[in-house]
Design a protein around this ligand. Structure first.
Ligand code: DX5
Ligand code: ZN
Length: 226
């Protein structure tokens, strides 16, 4: 995928872009057809938002939904835990080898232990940062992450507008990781990754793109085209 090439003309991807549709945006009545479409399109990950109504003011998907997806497709999951104290709940998710699991910096006082636990359970740990959370919180957990999930909206709801300074934060995060010798750490972006913003985010250094209502699930055009 060369998202944004046509908008910017000078994108030199360091890593291949990968797409992760946000499964909270799927019309459940169309689930089977949607999964077949994602497989046919070579979608890399299924982004599953887990919300507990406390860490964020919304309730969404849970462990049974993860089980359902794993038994109906071989596309790996990208779990995004927006829950308090994820350390206590990680074992519930049946994490599989190769799946990404994101936890928010603010969600536990023991983030290093939580990231390590994800790795021990076979997952690829990601640290999730809210728009206003500084990237320096990565300072002492850099060895414990395979990715950074940058929230480009305040988490909780689909259909919001990108916080305007987020492309700058993506650029700063890429520079920070590279200057710490972690060129391999992925940057995932989540929130209003629209057709226009995706190009800008790509140019800034993002490489995994969560597609929600403003792209993959945009109304009016077929999903495969989106
Ligand atoms: C929350 C979700 C949403 C959403 C993204 O973590 O992942 O941010 O579905 O899609 P948009 O913002 O395009 O609706
Ligand atoms: Zn998410």
């Amino acid at each position: 995928y060369n998202i944004g090439k046509e908008h910017f003309g000078k994108v030199e991807p360091m890593k291949p872009s990968q797409l992760a549709p946000s499964m909270m945006c799927v019309d459940f009545a169309e689930m089977t057809d949607t999964l077949r479409c994602f497989e046919a399109q070579g979608i890399e990950y299924l982004h599953v938002d887990i919300m507990d109504g406390e860490f964020v003011s919304n309730f969404t998907l849970g462990t049974d939904f993860c089980k359902y997806l794993r038994s109906h497709t071989s596309i790996p999951l990208d779990l995004h835990l927006m829950i308090n104290r994820p350390d206590n709940k990680l074992p519930w998710f049946g994490i599989r080898e190769g799946e990404f699991v994101s936890v928010h910096w603010e969600s536990t006082p023991h983030i290093q232990r939580t990231l390590t636990m994800i790795r021990d359970l076979g997952g690829k740990p990601m640290l999730a940062l809210n728009p206003a959370t500084p990237i320096e919180v990565l300072d002492y957990v850099l060895d414990d992450v395979d990715g950074v999930l940058l929230m480009t909206v305040t988490p909780g709801f689909a259909g919001q507008k990108m916080v305007p300074c987020m492309p700058e934060k993506i650029r700063n995060t890429r520079a920070y990781l590279d200057s710490h010798g972690r060129e391999d750490v992925r940057i995932e972006v989540d929130g209003n990754v629209s057709f226009v913003h995706a190009g800008e985010m790509r140019a800034a250094g993002a490489d995994i793109f969560v597609g929600g209502t403003s792209s993959i699930f945009a109304k009016g055009t077929p999903m495969a085209e989106n």
